[in-house]
Write a protein that binds this ligand. Sequence first.
Ligand code: MRU
Length: 437
Amino acid sequence: MVAYFFTILELSAPLVSTIGQNSKEAKKQVSFVGCKVPSVCPLTHSYGTIHQNPFVHIHVFYEGDAWIVSNNKQTQGVRTVWWEDDASGAVVCLLDQSLLPQEVVYLRLKHEQEVADAIRALKVRGAPAIGVTAAFGLALSIRRLIQEQDGSLSLSAAQQHVHAVGELLSETRPTAVNLFWAIERMLHCADVAINNHASLQDLAHLLQAEAQSIADEDFDACMAMGNYGAELIADGDTLLTHCNAGALATAGWGTALAPMYVAHKAGKRIHVFVDETRPVLQGSRLTTWELQQEGIPLTLITDSMVGHFMRLGGIKAVFVGADRVAANGDVANKIGTYSVAVLAHAHQIPFYVAAPSSTIDLDIPSGEYIPIEQRNLEEVTSVRGIAIAPAGIRAANPAFDVTPHAYITAIITERGIIHSPYEEGLRRVIMDLRYHN
Ligand code: MRU
């Protein structure tokens, strides 16, 4: 067994150097929003005092031909969403992605309404990360209520409350099925506990544990997709990705970016073309930021340059994530994915979708049935508050599009790589997971 041992210090180091060349400069750029005691916010703390901090030791090792993380789950340098307990109670911690890359701000949310607002406002985004955040939000809501009602809360009132919070969270974003999957799983956990007359304390504990399992499973799924997907990448490849399907979009190493991280760590020299992903710029703001942390060479291009660079040759494969995969393999992902897929098809470039099982929706026969989120038109008519179009014009802002399965070369899941016919492969993945859980 070849083993490489990293500590958080090593894993986080590139992140620090991106924010500032030294820890003093890094400190200046970190804001503590609502963070009463910065030291309880581990990664925020680590930016400021990275060289003195006694880091939790995370062992990441290469065994056979796969990366494995032992004990404590941790992303490489980017931490997207996690749970904490502080003196005042439970907290859902988030890296505010709406401010990246200019500001690195961690939010400490103590109310489910704040969690719902953060999801809606894209402070946390990316299908798996939304699911994990909603799960933590539900667990937070019951802890908060028990604390506030101080002994007067009944089990049936607690049940009504978690269902109402499930409703609140499910109204935030319609396309990513991971959100509904996570909420359903949390409500099922609550209902089982309540039907078994659990105490309120046990209910809160079970919900917190379930949310943590959802996060941990996502971490493991990312790692597995990374290992499978890396086999599709050769030394020297130039790849292209759209939107952000990396660590920022998950509780782990990402979906579409995980294969790149694994390939890079295994010594393969890769170069990634990142398209900016209008209108919210997840590519230019987020994907470039996190690839840069890991030292992966990249080139930022506008969305309209994709065809040009594919025609010139050199792009060996496209890797994207997904918000929902229908039973026939049609995929909803960030608006613009369909155009990239058609261009890849025209240039005979493999087009890979990486998606964990929580993104697979067997209840939806094809992409036609996937609800597409329509977002605020100001995202199109302005960039960060600056108008880029005349006032009063008509605009449209579908946040996602559907790529028919015919344009997809393979779907990378945590259970392996699926090829057409997708229906059969996707069912196998889901059945396999049910069997093993
Ligand atoms: O609107 P967003 O930023 O939530 O959209 C995200 C995407 O489209 C991602 O590609 C998708 O969620 C996969 S994330 C692993």
